[in-house]
Design a protein around this ligand. Structure first.
Ligand code: ZN
Ligand code: ZN
Length: 255
C-alpha cells in the first residue's frame, strides 16, 4: 500500500499558517520503490511521523529543500530519533550546502556522525542512492536560502518537487516533462511582488509546460486557504486538463 505513495504530514506554508499551526507542517513522507524518504521536516515532523503510523527508524533518506524553518526545524529531532542518538546512522541526508555547512547550519554539529552520507543538492546534480536518483534541477530565487528544484527518479517513476521560490522564466526549463507526480509549493492565489513564493498563476504555467500525469498543490498561506485550495485545484485541473489535487493534512497520494 505504501509503495510509490506520498503522505502529506503537513500542508501549511508561510509564517502565519505554519507558526500558528493553522494547518500542520512537517513535510512529506515519500515511498519510492520501497525506499522511505522524508522531505522537509518542518515544525512537528517528528510528531506527525508517528501519528501517521510511520517510524523514523525506517527512513533511508532525509531531503531538506532549503534552510527556512518551516522546512527544516525538526531535522535535528528526526535525525536523533531515526539514528537512535547517532548509533545507527541515517544512510543519506540530501540538501543544499547551507543546510549543513557555513556560519549558521541547521544540522547540529554533534549529530553529523549520525549521517552516513551527505549529498549536496545544486543545479543539475544527481545523487545516487540504491536504485534511485535524487536530482537537483533548476535554481530557485528564494530569500536567504539556497533552493533548487528536486526530482526523485526510479527506473519506472518520476516524482518532481517544486519547492518555494519566486517564479521566473528559467523555471520553465529544466524540470522533467510528464512526471508521474508533480508537487508545487503553491503559497499564494495570485503573485505577491514582495514575497519569494509561487502563486497559482505560476503553477498554471508550469503545469501547461511540463504536463505531469498528476499534480498536487500544497504549502498554503492564509490568502490561499481563504481562496479555497479545492476550488483552485479544480480550476487548474480544467485549465491544464490533468488531475490536480489540493493537499490536506494526512493526504496520501499514490503514483
Ligand atoms: Zn516554505
Ligand atoms: Zn522558504
Amino acid at each position: 500500500m505504501l509503495k510509490n505513495s506520498i503522505t502529506f504530514l503537513g500542508t501549511g506554508g508561510g509564517r502565519v499558517v505554519v507558526f500558528r499551526q493553522i494547518r500542520h507542517s512537517g513535510g512529506m513522507w515519500l515511498n519510492l520503490e520501497g525506499i522511505n524518504i522524508l522531505i522537509d521536516p518542518g515544525p512537528g515532523s517528528l510528531v506527525r511521523i508517528f501519528e501517521h503510523g510511520f517510524d523514523t527508524r525506517n527512513l533511508d533518506v532525509i531531503v531538506v529543500s532549503h534552510r527556512h524553518l518551516d522546512h527544516s526545524s525538526d531535522l535535528n529531532a528526526v535525525v536523533e530519533s531515526a539514528t537512535e542518538s547517532t548509533k545507527k546512522p541515517l544512510n543519506l541526508l540530501a540538501s543544499p550546502e547551507d543546510v549543513i555547512e557555513g556560519d549558521d547550519p541547521i544540522l547540529l554539529r554533534y549529530l553529523r556522525k549520525g549521517i552516513g552520507e551527505f549529498g549536496i543538492i545544486r543545479e543539475n546534480t544527481e545523487i545516487n542512492y540504491r536504485d534511485i536518483k535524487i536530482v537537483g534541477t533548476v535554481r530557485h530565487i528564494h530569500e536567504g536560502a539556497q533552493t533548487y528544484g528536486i526530482e526523485f527518479h526510479s527506473q519506472e517513476k518520476k516524482v518532481v518537487y517544486v519547492p518555494c521560490g519566486r517564479f521566473y522564466e528559467g523555471m520553465l526549463e529544466g524540470y522533467s516533462e510528464n512526471a508521474d507526480l508533480m508537487i508545487f509549493n503553491t503559497t499564494f492565489p495570485a503573485p505577491v511582488e514582495k514575497y519569494y513564493h509561487l502563486s497559482v498563476d505560476d503553477v498554471e504555467q508550469m503545469l501547461l509546460r511540463y504536463r505531469p500525469k498528476k499534480a498536487v498543490i500544497t504549502h498554503f498561506s492564509i490568502p490561499m486557504l481563504k481562496s479555497d485550495p479545492e476550488k483552485i485545484a479544480a480550476r487548474l485541473s480544467r485549465k491544464a486538463d490533468l488531475p490536480v489535487i489540493a493537499a490536506y493534512d494526512g493526504l496520501r497520494v499514490e503514483f
